[in-house]
Design a protein around this ligand. Structure first.
Ligand SMILES: [Zn+2]
Length: 232
């Protein structure tokens, strides 16, 4: 059996449909089927209500947590060779109908957790949703996919591996192209991708002054005393 076919068969073997109790399992994780119209509606609502930047941040976080979950599942089930088996991760989203992942160049050294590479993503469902609701634009839009890939490989490698999309169907390209590498800044903490970490630190605003609170520099004005007693 070809390697690719055996990897797909292995991932398909992790899926269990349990219609008698209304559940689907991907190994130990419960999953669900969501049609693309519902996904596009949800995504569009996030963009309209939160704005593109906040929606992007949120969807990237969702994808990141999903990638971490899949990688942790591998680590739990195959503690001795989860890094070797992590190569089947490119099949997870193919089987789930999210995208077809084609490696162009990859350098993966499982023993020291090193990874860099370039991939083509075809038929990404997120681009279908984005183009359907937002039309073509000037920036990549595979936000959840980038988050997923970053979370998955960072967990597998035990160090931050960041994915960046430099061509995207939402920009009019035929396919999406992404690169994976260690961050240029040399950051080692995975916390920058965690749920709380994507946020920029906010500037501390001065506490709002309460209605009857006087400014701190306020000093009571000394009452003028008159030497003349006005009272008779
Ligand atoms: Zn894309």
């Amino acid at each position: 059996m070809p390697v690719a076919a055996s990897a797909e068969a292995e991932v398909l073997g992790m899926l269990t449909f349990s219609p008698e109790d209304g559940r689907i399992w991907f190994n130990h994780r419960r999953v669900m089927m969501l049609d693309t119209v519902s996904f596009a509606t949800l995504r569009d609502s996030l963009i309209r209500n939160l704005g593109p930047r906040a929606a992007r941040r949120l969807l990237t976080q969702v994808g990141y947590q999903s990638g971490v979950g899949d990688a942790q599942m591998l680590r739990t089930d195959y503690p001795d060779d989860y890094r070797e088996r992590s190569r089947i991760g490119t099949r997870f989203h193919s089987v789930a109908g999210i995208a077809k992942v084609e490696p162009i160049t990859t350098v993966f050294r499982p023993k020291d957790g090193y990874f860099s590479g370039e991939f083509i993503w075809r038929h990404t469902v997120e681009d279908d949703a984005h183009i359907q609701t937002q039309g073509l634009g000037t920036e990549p839009a595979c936000w959840m996919e980038l988050g997923y890939a970053t979370g998955y490989l960072s967990t597998i490698c035990d160090q931050l591996i960041v994915f960046r999309e430099f061509e995207c169907r939402s920009m009019g390209s035929v396919v999406c192209r992404v690169r994976a590498s260690r961050p240029a800044s040399g950051a080692t903490s995975m916390r920058i991708c965690s749920t709380s970490g994507w946020r920029r630190p906010r500037r501390r605003r001065p506490a709002r002054r309460q209605r009857n609170q006087r400014p701190s520099r306020w000093r009571p004005t000394p009452r003028r005393t008159s030497s003349v007693n006005p009272l008779p």
